[in-house]
Ligand binder design. Structure first.
Ligand SMILES: Cc1cc2nc3c(=O)[nH]c(=O)nc-3n(C[C@H](O)[C@H](O)[C@H](O)COP(=O)(O)OP(=O)(O)OC[C@H]3O[C@@H](n4cnc5c(N)ncnc54)[C@H](O)[C@@H]3O)c2cc1C
Length: 387
């Protein structure tokens, strides 16, 4: 492949071995029992997989974003929820710390997070407003040298497991037409007034916790403000394409995982002395179309990451990957279930897990429709710019 180098291949090989030997044997058990993959998370940290694109001064690997994508593709093939756990800590939350953290915050939080010794969660979503943060009710008010946080955050990934929560709340009056007035705070897990609900029981992402966080008069010192008070939403806007791109790479791996299972099954399942593949044109066409969609997604993923590495990626590519990746993964997984027939719908066969997990990627992080809406806005803006 045009994007493969010797260095990247080395990290891919390490990831592949880790996923095959350590994650694959327990992946379905985590799905069935809804068990958070703490041991695998720590191992990923030891292997350097949590800090791939972050500078070595921050305890990261100092590699590029294409390497990051290759690793997430490998993780997605075997155990999507591990990718969600890693990405929520290292990209969703860690990316913000890497961008805006003070030297003290980098040392205290980012360095151990890059080694997998500290787990982050990023908390933005509330009951009102959905993707529209301007309706956010959670707020923090200054009190001497401290801030007092009152908020309720829903569906937060890594909840109950994370050591440190990066919480976005309102800290000022809304200024129409600007992103001012929002601030990120570091809240450590044992801070008085902070509680986590039991995890939701979901249709997919089993083994990755999503829960409600409640902050009732939670007092934090001013040192817990990420970057500059009032600039939180700006940091999120800059960082969100990376989170969306991670979904693109992970869902590419998920589609490949489902495709590989279906291809193997179609070659091995016999009827009238012939495999499904040889018997039925409809099965061959399904696999051909699945392959086509996977390769189209691969092209988009690695083009976007290449542009990201060169520093010239238009921000809308993040949204494109967040839309296209889950769509391809869901389509391929649904066709894979069909090729399996009855075993495909049995919980725990493995192939249906890809479909359940793919569907959640239509919503988690941002709904597909909200991403399409944002993409349409970029299109309109560029049209007016070029007109
Ligand atoms: C498994 C999981 C993990 C999550 N992890 C986190 C986390 O770690 N941190 C965090 O802060 N949040 C997290 N979330 C929350 C997630 O980001 C939100 O659920 C998501 O942004 C959608 O918001 P909502 O659920 O409020 O839906 P709403 O905004 O109420 O949207 C409902 C539906 O309305 C439509 N819609 C909404 N907006 C638009 C639009 N602009 N244009 C067109 N149609 C639209 C879509 O069909 C959408 O599905 C997670 C959610 C899930 C399910």
């Amino acid at each position: 492949m045009f994007y493969m180098t010797e260095e990247r291949q080395l990290i891919v090989n390490i990831t592949r071995e880790f996923m095959e030997k350590e994650a694959a044997p327990v992946a379905l058990e985590h799905d069935r029992e809804g068990k958070w993959p703490l041991e695998l998370f720590r191992r990923a940290g030891e292997l350097g997989l949590l800090g791939i694109p972050f500078p070595t001064e921050q305890g990261g690997l100092g590699a590029d974003w294409t390497t990051f994508a290759l690793v997430y593709e490998e993780v997605g093939k075997v155990m999507p929820i591990l990718g969600i756990a890693l990405g929520s800590s290292s990209i969703l939350a860690g990316g913000l710390v890497s961008t805006a953290g003070s030297p003290e915050q980098i040392e205290k939080y980012m360095v151990p997070a890059n080694k997998g010794e500290l787990i982050f969660a990023g908390a933005f979503t509330e009951a009102t407003g959905g993707a529209n943060f301007f309706e956010m009710q959670g707020h923090a008010d200054p009190d001497g040298d401290d801030w007092i946080i009152n908020a309720t955050k829903l569906f937060i990934t890594n909840a109950g497991i994370a050591d440190v929560y990066l919480v976005l709340v309102r800290t000022g009056e809304l200024q129409p037409g600007t992103a001012n007035g929002f601030t990120f705070f570091f809240v450590e897990k044992d801070t008085p007034g902070f509680t986590v609900s039991p995890p939701e029981v979901k249709m997919g992402f089993n083994g990755n916790y999503s829960a409600t966080l409640t902050f009732k008069d939670v007092r934090v010192p001013k040192e817990n403000v990420l970057g500059k008070a009032g600039d939180g939403l700006k940091y999120l806007v800059v960082n969100s394409p990376d989170e969306f791109m991670a979904v693109g790479a992970l869902t590419l791996g998920m589609a490949e995982g489902a495709y590989e299972m279906a291809l193997k099954y179609s070659m091995e399942r016999m009827q009238n002395g012939k495999s499904l593949f040889d018997n039925f044109q409809v099965t061959r066409f399904k696999l051909a179309n699945m392959k086509l969609e996977i390769e189209a997604l691969r092209g988009l993923v690695y083009m976007a990451f290449d542009l990201r590495d060169k520093g010239v990626m238009p921000p809308e590519y993040g949204r494109m990957l967040k839309i296209k990746g889950p769509r391809v993964a869901e389509y391929v997984a649904a066709e894979a279930i069909q090729i399996f027939g009855a075993p495909g719908v049995v919980f725990g066969t493995g192939v249906e897990r890809f479909w359940r997990d793919a569907k959640i990627n239509f919503i988690a992080g941002a709904s597909l429709e909200a991403c399409q809406d944002a993409l349409a806005n970029y299109i309109r803006g560029n049209y007016y710019k070029s007109a």
